[in-house]
Design a protein around this ligand. Structure first.
Ligand code: ATP
Ligand code: MG
Length: 252
């Protein structure tokens, strides 16, 4: 067996112990993919499911900061690398940020990133999981291609905002997923509205996500407002303590 086939066999075996494998994607940068991936992981872990969260954004890793665990280091043993456990709900997390000194960027080309991503899938001791959430980087390049090729995903959740410009880019990501025979589970509309304490819901940013959902026959899974508290909790590494659950009883 060649080296590549051997690695693929290991990945396939590892993924076989995970019930649901879901990537959070957008195509567009800065729309809240990492925030949504983290909120979804917390939502599922609160319900008692065993959850793993892979930060597949090598050039802009964000997951450790959201959980306040940037300085933790994964332990490695003969069996592989142990993911870092989140503080409150023991979500199993892996990120390139655990391996790089603070403030230092990873300067790698696509093939190197894809190789390390495969190593994460193969050599991290994910164990038995109910849910494996993958936080994708922006774009439709090497990482999303590798994730869709290597992981038998149950589907992708697309993060959009109400803006037409975002919808245009998310549309490309939807088409990419479909080209790669990956199901699009639905759309999360982030920064959907602002809940004004005095004057109620303000939603003036457009209807891009709704129109996109209609065009592609997709459901809007949830709408998350733009909110100061969420931003503060993200920046303070307290995403597990954020008390609102915009996913309600949703199970992907
Ligand atoms: N609903 C929201 N209300 C307020 N702030 C938000 C909301 N969603 C995300 N943010 C903030 O917006 C910023 C971008 O969010 P996030 O990092 O999740 O986006 P992203 O799509 O993962 O970005 P990237 O493309 O760089 O990976 C963060 O500072 C986050 O805290
Ligand atoms: Mg991100």
């Amino acid at each position: 067996m060649g080296e590549t086939n051997e690695l693929e066999a290991i990945i396939s075996n590892k993924m076989g112990h995970i019930k649901r494998k879901i990537a959070v994607m957008s195509g567009k940068g800065g729309v809240g993919k990492s925030t949504v991936a983290a909120l979804l992981a917390v939502h599922l872990a609160k319900k008692g499911y065993l959850v793993g969260l892979l930060d597949a954004d090598f050039l802009g890793p964000s997951i450790p900061k959201l959980f306040g665990i940037e300085r933790k280091k994964p332990l490695s043993s003969i069996d592989g690398i142990d993911p870092v456990l989140s503080t409150k709900y023991a979500i199993r997390i892996m990120s390139i940020q655990f391996m790089t000194p603070e403030g230092i960027a990873v300067i790698w080309r696509g093939p190197m990133i894809s190789k390390v991503l495969r190593d994460y899938l193969a050599y991290v001791s994910w164990g038995r999981l109910d849910y494996f959430i993958i936080d994708m980087p922006p774009g439709t390049g090497d990482v999303p291609i590798t994730v869709m090729q290597e992981i038998p995903l149950d589907g992708v959740i697309m993060v959009a905002t109400p803006h037409d410009l975002t919808a245009q880019i998310v549309e490309r990501a939807i088409n990419m997923a479909r080209t790669m025979n990956t199901e699009v589970i639905g759309i999360v509309e982030n920064m959907s509205y602002y809940q004004c304490p005095e004057c109620g819901r303000i939603a003036r940013f457009g209807k891009g996500a709704d129109l996109l959902a209609k065009k592609y026959g997709l459901k809007i899974i949830t709408k998350i407002p733009i909110e100061e508290k969420l931003s503060l909790f993200c920046d303070s590494g307290l995403i597990e303590d954020y008390d609102k659950d915009y996913f309600d009883n949703y199970l992907p």
